[in-house]
Design a protein around this ligand. Structure first.
Ligand code: APR
Ligand code: ZN
Ligand code: ZN
Length: 361
C-alpha cells in the first residue's frame, strides 16, 4: 500500500518551500523505503529551489540524511528492514567503464529509485540528488543505503551523506594528504572545515585556514587549523608562502567555488603540489591562467566530486572514527530544526552563521 507522509517541496523557481503530503510507493525491485531520522540542509537544496540545477519542479528537497530501512523490494539483500543507514547519491553500478577499471567513485551510471514519489494529485516529484529526505520517509535505490554503526546520532551521521564527506574526501581521497604535508584550505564553511578535519586526520603538519570572515576562522581553528589568514585584509598567497618556508602548501583545497579563490589556490601551492577544487562554480564563471604557469608549476589540478568517496568504504569508517573520538562530526551541527523550518534555514545559510542546520524527525 502506498503511504502518505509529510515532506518539503520546492514548488517552482524561487518560490518558498512548503510542507506537503507525499505519496511513497511500496519499494519495487532493488528499492528501499527509509524512515528518515535526520537530514542536513545543504547549498544544493537551495540551488534546486532557485532553479539553478534544472527545471524539473516540483522537487522533494533534502539529501544529507540518515534513517532506518523500513521495507525493501524484491531482490534486495544488502540491507534489511531495521538497518540504520546513511543515504548516498553514489550507488555505484559495478558495470560501467569506471567501475570495471576499479575506480567506482567515478561511476557514471549510479542508481536511484525507478518509481516516482508523487503529490496527492499524482504530480511526480524530482527528489534532490535522487534522495528527497526532508520527509518522514523516502524511496531510494537499495544501493543508496549505506549501513553504519547505529550507535551514532542520526543528525551527525546524515552529514556524511553530502557536505562533510565532500570536504573530508577532498583532503583524504582527492588531495591524498599525507603525514607531514602542509595544507591550505580556502573557504571555511561546512565543506572547508570538513577538509580541515580530513587533513588533520591524515596527519598534515600545518593546516592553514583562509576565509574573509573572522568568525569562520575561529571555528576553523577549533576544527584543527594551525594557522588562519583573513584574505580580506591579507594577501593569502603571500601569507601561505610565508607560513610554508616560502614554498607554498603541498595541497591547497578550494572550498568556495570562485575563479579568484581558485587562482589563489593555484599560486599558493608548492611547485608540483596539488590543487583540489571542491567548491562548486556556477555556469557563467570563467578561469584565466597563464598556460605557461600551468605547465611550469607542474603538479596536479584536481576536482573533487562528493570527495571522490565510495560510500560503502568511507561512511562506516568515518562513523567509527567519530565514535572513537578521533574526529568530531558533531561540531558541524549548528542547530536542529523541524520540517517546517527549511526556508528559515536557507536564510541563515545565506547569512553565513551556520555550518549545518539539520532537520530532525
Ligand atoms: N575568499 C575566501 N573565503 C570566502 C570567499 C573568498 N573570496 N568568499 C566566501 N568565502 C567563504 C565564506 O565566508 C564561507 O565561510 O567561503 C565559505 C563558504 O562556506 P559556506 O557558504 O558555508 O559553503 P559550504 O557549505 O562550505 O560549501 C562551499 O562547496 O559544495 C560546495 O556548493 C558548495 O560551492 C560551495 C562550497
Ligand atoms: Zn559504474
Ligand atoms: Zn549536498
Amino acid at each position: 500500500m502506498p503511504q502518505h507522509v509529510q515532506g518539503v517541496i520546492a514548488p517552482g523557481r524561487n518560490e518558498p518551500v512548503r510542507v506537503e503530503t507525499i505519496v511513497i510507493p511500496d519499494p519495487g525491485p532493488g528499492e528501499a523505503v527509509v524512515k528518515i531520522q535526520a537530514c542536513g540542509v545543504c547549498h544544493t537544496d537551495l540551488h534546486y529551489k532557485q532553479g539553478a540545477i534544472n527545471d524539473e519542479f516540483p522537487f522533494l528537497l533534502g539529501h544529507e540524511a540518515a534513517g532506518i530501512v523500513e521495507s525493501v523490494g524484491e531482490g534486495v539483500t544488502d540491507v534489511t528492514p531495521g538497518d540504520f543507514v546513511i543515504l548516498n547519491w553514489r550507488a555505484v553500478c559495478g558495470a560501467c567503464r569506471a567501475c570495471e577499471r576499479g575506480r567506482p567513485w567515478y561511476c557514471f551510471d549510479t542508481h536511484n529509485a525507478k518509481q516516482r514519489m508523487t503529490l496527492l494529485d499524482g504530480t511526480e516529484l524530482s527528489p534532490a540528488l535522487g534522495i528527497g529526505a526532508f520527509a518522514e520517509k523516502t524511496l531510494v535505490a537499495a544501493g543508496q543505503c549505506t549501513k553504519v554503526d547505529p550507535a551514532v546520532a542520526p543528525e551527525v551521521a546524515g552529514l556524511l551523506g553530502c557536505g562533510v564527506m565532500a570536504g573530508i574526501g577532498a583532503a583524504i581521497n582527492t588531495g591524498n594528504v599525507g603525514r607531514g604535508d602542509t595544507v591550505a584550505v580556502i573557504g571555511c564553511g561546512g565543506v572547508g572545515d570538513a577538509a580541515i578535519v580530513g587533513s588533520r586526520l591524515a596527519g598534515a603538519a600545518k593546516i592553514i585556514a583562509v576565509d574573509i570572515d573572522d568568525r569562520k576562522l575561529e571555528t576553523a581553528r577549533t576544527m584543527g587549523a594551525t594557522h588562519t589568514v583573513n584574505s580580506r585584509s591579507t594577501d593569502p598567497v603571500e601569507a601561505i608562502r610565508e607560513l610554508t618556508g616560502g614554498f607554498g602548501a603541498d595541497v591547497v583545497i578550494e572550498a568556495v567555488g570562485r575563479p579568484e579563490t581558485y587562482k589563489q589556490a593555484f599560486y599558493a601551492r608548492d611547485l608540483a603540489g596539488t590543487v583540489v577544487l571542491v567548491g562548486v562554480p556556477t555556469p557563467e564563471m570563467q578561469l584565466e591562467l597563464p598556460l605557461l604557469d600551468v605547465f611550469g608549476r607542474g603538479g596536479a589540478l584536481k576536482s573533487s566530486w562528493y570527495g571522490d568517496c565510495l560510500p560503502s568504504r568511507d561512511f562506516p569508517m568515518l562513523v567509527d572514527l567519530h565514535q572513537q573520538g578521533r574526529i568530531d562530526l558533531a561540531a558541524f551541527v549548528t542547530e536542529t530544526i523541524g520540517l517546517g523550518d527549511v526556508e528559515k534555514a536557507f536564510a541563515r545559510m545565506h547569512e553565513g552563521d551556520v555550518l549545518r542546520s539539520v532537520v530532525v524527525l
